[in-house]
Design a protein around this ligand. Structure first.
Ligand code: PA5
Length: 439
């Protein structure tokens, strides 16, 4: 069984101190699981891997097959929790240069993203990149009213209608939104678009294992059954409220202990560039869930060894308020050997017969001990391999740990009141009705 495990060997934390959280953890565990069906608690994601609507999964697969058959490009419109999860899984599990590959080699549509910023150059460049090619769009918004995706949807809907005419455009627009509420739901109903539902009790950043993530992921040719199977395995594995046997809760407790020791910044590190968007997804999950009431660990990310040549100096010797969580992938899908060079001018012959994955792993080990010496505690999450099953597991691990960690911290990990502030100001400045000066 391919697994995901936590290693606290380099955490600087004592097991005895950690176990002092055992009662609190067990209590929070009970509370989370008891309230799983309360609509207002946004805990539906806890049981998604075992409870998710099987018919919806079949409909997702059918839609994905249709899109793969008639489109060279899928444009995913969404922001925050409505696109990061899909992008994280797609980039984590496809070819590093998936979107650059020729169509015959890629065997599926290019997946491109819009509606995650308000920049005109980005949108114009994307339209230019798509050119005359056949496309479909998947617009994703739980509220159905978020400005960035709403603007992008208006632009791309018009583009599609001009290109294909109303009827064909209707067949190429896929909407993922609330079951009843929101402007997007209203448009979808009026225009008869194929629609997928974001369950009421699943918040944006916890929604990757619903249609929000699963439709684009399936379009990229990724096996969504295996992804859900990995998450299901994790759901069962972390159903134990006993901290002693629960790696996921240990990660949550370790973070809180380090935070109390004045480590207010967590850097999620990977040595696999494909995990770039897993780090982005994790940053949103933890940042939006925990940063409240003047509290929380600031989540940031780094890609090594690349960032050892940019952030490495700071991590080694800068302000001592950091800890690192390293995602270590044990087995690499592919490898490269270093060959003998007679002249050895680059002095690399000492690496002959050592492969690149081995060298990357030694870089990781060397970095962990250097950073430890520099006073940076380390938590390590080891994945046996990077595939659908282990990534499904990792997603569930991080979601559950985030809710446990937030509850230990004493905040509500399922709301995001602070996000509204910029919107109110922006709407006032833009003259949106109802947001005039003084209101
Ligand atoms: O996690 C969240 O709730 C947010 O990041 C949302 O996903 C994001 O703001 C997008 O919201 P919506 O799906 O309503 O457009």
């Amino acid at each position: 069984m391919q697994n995901v495990k936590l290693n606290l060997k380099y955490s600087t934390l004592s097991e005895k101190e950690m176990m002092k959280y055992a009662d609190q953890v067990a209590m929070i565990h009970e509370e989370l699981h008891q309230k799983v069906n309360y609509k207002s608690e946004f805990l539906g994601w806890l049981e998604l891997p075992t409870n998710y609507d099987k018919k919806e999964v079949e409909n997702i697969k059918k839609a994905a097959k249709r899109i793969r058959g008639n489109s060279e490009v899928l444009v995913v419109i969404g922001i925050g929790g409505s696109y990061l999860g899909a992008r994280a899984v797609i980039e984590g599990l496809t070819h590093t240069f998936y979107n650059y590959l020729p169509q015959e080699q890629r065997k599926g549509p290019q997946i491109l993203y819009v509606g995650n910023n308000l920049n005109p150059n980005y949108v114009n460049d994307l339209i230019e990149l798509i050119g005359d090619r056949d496309l479909s769009i998947n617009v994703i918004s739980k509220s159905g009213t978020t400005t960035e995706p709403a603007i992008a949807f208006r632009i791309f809907r018009e583009l599609l209608e001009n290109k294909y005419g109303l009827k064909e455009a209707q067949k190429r627009i896929y909407v993922t939104t609330d079951q009843k509420k929101g402007a997007l739901k209203q448009i979808a109903d009026e225009e008869n678009y194929t629609t997928f539902v974001i369950p009421d009790n699943v918040g944006g950043r916890y929604s990757v294992l619903t249609a929000v993530g699963l439709l684009p992921i399936a379009v990229a040719g990724i096996n969504i059954d295996k992804l859900l199977e990995g998450a299901r395995f994790a759901q069962e594995k972390y159903a134990d409220k006993n901290l002693k046997y629960n790696d996921c809760y240990k990660y949550a407790v370790a973070r809180n202990m380090l935070y109390k020791n004045k480590n207010a910044i967590e850097i999620l590190v990977s040595y696999e560039p494909k995990l770039h968007y897993i780090i982005e997804w994790w940053k949103q999950l933890y940042g939006e869930s925990e940063g409240k009431e003047g509290k929380g660990i600031y989540p940031t990310g780094a890609e090594f060894t690349t960032d050892l040549h940019s952030l490495g100096q700071f991590i080694q010797e800068g302000t001592r308020n950091l800890f690192e969580t390293v995602i270590h992938i044990k087995d690499s899908d592919s490898n490269l050997n270093i060959h003998q060079d007679e002249d050895n001018l680059d002095e690399l012959n000492y690496l002959v017969d050592k492969d690149l994955h081995y060298i990357n792993t030694k870089a990781m080990e060397g970095t962990i001990s250097a950073h430890m010496e520099g006073g940076v505690p380390n938590l390590m999450i080891t994945m046996d391999k990077l595939n659908e099953f282990t990534l499904g597991h990792l997603i569930y691990f991080f979601e559950l740990a985030c809710s446990m960690s937030g509850k230990i911290l004493g905040i509500n990990p399922f709301d995001q009141p602070g996000v509204e502030k910029y919107k109110t100001n922006m709407f006032r400045l833009l003259g949106k009705p109802g947001y005039e000066e003084g209101i």
